[in-house]
Ligand binder design. Structure first.
Ligand SMILES: [Zn+2]
Length: 464
């Protein structure tokens, strides 16, 4: 049989991961992510899928990040009735994330539609609603790491990607003219030596590889250096007064930061500070982490055996109610506020930026990727002012980017992960990166590993 892959998202851009695999008889999808960032990208979430969702037999999810799974409720709304397969934490995290995304969108859509109507355009229907988000969970089934399972004529296996809790690299095997063939989807490849998670699984054998390139053109500082820099920022803020605001993805990044702060607390480096986690989604996600400690790495499990509680220490407060969050607007000094969304596009982080960004004694610490066109991207690019809730806010606070906390492998990490495929040279498709990063990483792979590489465009198809 001849297999075709269609690249329907995250092609020469980071978000919207969506791949369709067809053998002529069956259609399987890998990931169904939302587009994020510029208006042109986000408008695509409202369009019809480039295929008929009712024809898809299976959807395989690599992990629960919105850019990989955020359009699942819409897929079901538009007629998908197959099975959605993923790990247990992915399913649990998806559930809280979809409901949150539907809420966030209803607020954003109201604002967007007002603008559209004023411009004489038709208002948009929501991408999906909270009932749609709840409905799609019926189609989920979980699978374990390292145990192959049948999907139509294919055999699929999840291995730990070390990127977020429950994240998977997906290996799909099939027979072609009596020969076994394989295609591997990297999903998002984790950064090595992260806390909580294991390192990404090294695989040795595949014919085709679809690999991410988020940081394909950049190197992170080491985790050790990053923690040192982070502790330095905290120390400096203690002397100058002011707050530290950390925009962080609700899932994984927030828990990693809490864990790091917990360790700094143990070393008495947090004196005079209170840490606030101010994101309902991050708080719900932390509960899911607490219920899935079996997915933690060995070091964290050992520390927990000795009584360490990773997401709990005396100066840590989870701001559960909206009033708790609002009260933080009055805090002028000594607060470390971890809030979402990670790219500052929605959620409570926008309030914290509005109240702290203009104050020169405050510090904004970015710990994750900022897609082009997002508020976070505007801030790290050094804009002197940014618009928040329609108001022009001066950027006087100090802006830091701590790449070492990233959940993604950098160029070196990606290269090293790809170089494990030694049994034969795979044909590589580079995806999930801004165009320049994907192209640079592609040429890097050609030069360093002598691989055949393609950087597909959106909607492009490839026979494998
Ligand atoms: Zn991800």
């Amino acid at each position: 049989m001849s297999i075709e892959i269609s690249f329907l998202g995250a092609a020469r851009t980071v978000t919207g991961s969506k791949y369709l695999i067809s053998d002529g008889k069956h259609k399987i999808m890998v990931d169904c992510g939302m587009f994020q960032g510029t208006k042109d990208l986000t408008e695509m979430n409202y369009q019809d899928f480039a295929f008929d969702p009712s024809e898809i037999n299976y959807l395989i999810l690599t992990h629960a990040h919105i850019d990989h799974s955020g359009l699942v409720p819409r897929l079901v709304k538009k007629g998908f009735r197959g099975k959605i397969l993923c790990t247990k934490p992915t399913m649990e995290l998806c559930k809280i994330m979809f409901i949150d995304a539907a809420h966030v969108e209803s607020i954003e859509l109201e604002w967007r539609n007002r603008k559209r109507v004023r411009a004489g355009k038709e208002p948009l229907d929501p991408v999906y609603t909270v009932p749609d988000a709840e409905e799609c969970m019926k189609y989920f089934e979980t699978r374990e790491y390292n145990k192959a399972f049948p999907v139509n004529g294919f055999k699929v296996r999840f291995v730990d990607a070390g990127h977020i809790l429950g994240s998977a690299i997906v290996e799909i095997s099939y027979a072609e003219k009596g020969r076994n063939k394989r295609v591997v989807f990297s999903g998002d490849v984790g950064n090595e030596r992260q806390e909580i998670l294991s390192d990404p699984t090294k695989l040795k054998d595949t014919d085709y590889l679809v690999v991410e390139s988020t940081y394909g053109d950049r190197l992170h500082k080491s985790r050790q250096e990053t923690v040192k820099e982070f502790a330095g920022i905290i120390k400096k803020t203690k002397n100058t007064g002011g707050n530290i605001i950390i925009p962080a993805f609700a899932i994984e990044r927030t828990q990693e930061i809490i864990y790091e702060l917990r360790m700094l607390y143990d070393k008495k480096k947090l004196e005079g500070f209170t840490v606030y986690v101010d994101s309902p989604l991050a708080i719900a996600a932390t509960e899911i982490f607490r219920a899935n400690t079996g997915f933690f790495d060995r070091t964290t499990k050992n520390r927990m055996k000795k009584g360490m509680e990773p997401f709990d220490f005396p100066s840590l407060i989870f701001a559960k109610r909206a009033d708790d969050s609002k009260a933080l607007n009055e805090v002028k000094s000594g607060a470390i506020i971890i809030s979402a969304s990670g790219m500052c596009e929605a959620g409570r982080i926008k309030h914290h930026l509005k109240h702290n960004l203009w104050r020169k004694e405050c510090n904004i610490v970015f710990t994750g990727f900022q897609a082009r066109g997002t508020l976070g991207d505007a801030i790290i690019k050094g804009n002197k002012t940014v618009k928040i809730f329609g108001e022009e806010i001066a950027v006087n606070a100090k802006i830091y980017t701590l790449g070492g906390f990233s959940g993604h492998a950098d160029r070196k990490g990606l290269l090293s992960w790809v170089s494990n495929f030694k049994s034969k040279k795979p044909k590589v498709f580079v995806v999930h990166g801004e165009e320049s990063s994907a192209l640079k990483f592609g040429s890097f792979l050609r030069k360093k590993l002598k691989l055949k590489v393609k950087v597909p465009k959106l909607g492009e198809k490839a026979k494998i």
